[in-house]
Write a protein that binds this ligand. Structure first.
Ligand code: SAH
Length: 387
């Protein structure tokens, strides 16, 4: 029998909003060990559901079921199969995409990404860490991958008292894997690339941005060139900027592999935008896809001025009629807050801007209603009106 954990009325209220996390401060009584699947009860003894328990993280419980429904191995298996089946209905034009998106697939703290014949997973809580052998078995039975890699190196694992490590869980993982997304082919290093190798969440936005791309394109925070390469065909000239020399080398390799011309440069976007302004260079299409500036609530003010600065400078560099594709992957900055930042940037730049599209992370990374943490990526496609 699973152990019991009793939560406070405030915790109960939170569950009623559909949010699957219960914080440690709302635990009244626990007889569980870290990583256990537990029965969650109210003070009056009512069964509220079953959850994964952590004895370290501030997120003490991650709910798996409501009411009397049991969270056994069969339930986990069903959820994984449902997540995979959903992705198959999306007709994604890529061999790399997300199969399991944690809370949004009711598999809290589990990520599984597909890269061709290989799978990369992340188990980001004690409970999911313990379920890894089950997850691996289900993935093998359903997909027969050539290899499964655990990219368990995110820092969040330490909040759960877990080790940060990268290990092959099944089969083999080559140093380089080839995948395609839309019409672009990429070389991916699954062990060392950012996230699980690529920023899969931007696929649909790259495709959408390509529809507006024209003239001179500047792709800022380019990583391995995702936006630049997808948009290059429609542009006369393409410059991609990233602060990391490794990223610049990867952009060059990917550009050669896809037979497109990209001028990949190492540099700090904040400095380079200023330099372009000084030298009078102008662009018809600009992409801003920075890393999360606001990783915590306390960083919101500083992050907002960072977002405002790059958007302001980009709008100034944009020719009238030009397109700005601007993103924020900080879930601490809401869509409304991001829209406000862009509006203030436009006012300060002295330009009139229309919003052509408001977008989010790709369809394989769905948002769970009631759980704002699952809506993290915002992408606006803007047009600078002619004077
Ligand atoms: N646009 C990419 C993902 C960008 S991730 C894609 O579509 O896949 C953010 C990137 O910004 C990282 O590659 C990081 O190296 C780079 N970066 C972070 N700070 C930077 C800065 N100040 N100037 C330039 N690049 C920066």
């Amino acid at each position: 029998m699973p152990a019991n954990v009793v939560i406070s009325p405030r915790g109960e209220q939170r569950l009623q909003t559909g949010h699957p996390w219960i914080y440690r401060s709302d635990i009244v009584e626990s007889h569980a060990s870290g990583g256990d699947r537990v029965v969650v009860r109210s003070r009056r003894g009512q069964v509220l559901g079953q959850a994964l328990y952590s004895d370290q993280s501030q997120i003490a419980l991650r709910m798996l079921t409501d009411g009397e429904q049991e969270a056994d191995d069969a339930l986990i298996e069903r959820r994984i199969l449902a997540a995979i089946a959903f992705r198959e209905t999306l007709n994604i034009n890529a061999t790399a995409y997300r199969l399991v998106h944690g809370e949004s697939d009711r598999l809290p703290s589990l990520i599984v990404d597909q890269y061709g014949d290989y799978l990369v997973m992340q188990a980001l809580s004690q409970g999911m860490d313990k379920l890894t052998p089950l997850v691996v078995r289900v993935l093998q039975d359903r997909l027969s991958p050539r290899g499964i890699l655990a990219r368990n190196d995110p820092r969040t694992r330490t909040l759960d008292g877990l080790e940060q490590k990268v290990e092959v869980l099944a089969g083999e993982i080559p140093d380089v894997v080839h995948v395609h997304e839309l019409r672009v082919e990429y070389e991916v290093d699954l062990r060392h690339g950012q996230k699980t190798g690529l920023f899969l969440d931007q696929r649909d936005n790259r495709g959408a941005a390509a529809l507006y791309a024209h003239g001179r394109l500047l792709d800022c925070f380019s990583y391995n060139g995702g936006f630049a390469l997808t948009m290059a065909q429609r542009c006369r000239e393409v410059i991609a900027l990233d602060v990391s020399e490794d990223a610049v080398a990867r952009i060059k390799a990917n550009a050669a592999r896809n037979n497109v011309q990209v001028d990949a440069r190492a540099g700090n976007v904040f400095d380079e935008l200023r330099a372009f302004e000084r030298s009078g260079e102008r662009f018809d299409t600009i992409v801003l896809d920075p890393p999360a500036f606001a990783k915590s609530k306390s960083a919101i003010d500083k992050a907002s001025s960072g977002y405002k600065e790059i958007n302001l400078r980009a709008l100034k560099l944009l020719n009238p009629g030009g397109t700005l594709v601007t993103c924020s992957c900080s879930y601490n900055i809401s869509e409304a807050a991001f829209a406000q930042i862009i509006y203030e940037a436009a006012i300060d730049a002295g330009v009139h801007v229309t919003v052509t599209e408001k977008r989010m992370q790709g369809r394989d990374h769905p948002v769970l209603l009631g759980v704002p943490e699952t809506y993290y990526l915002k992408c606006f496609i803007l047009r600078r009106l002619a004077d």
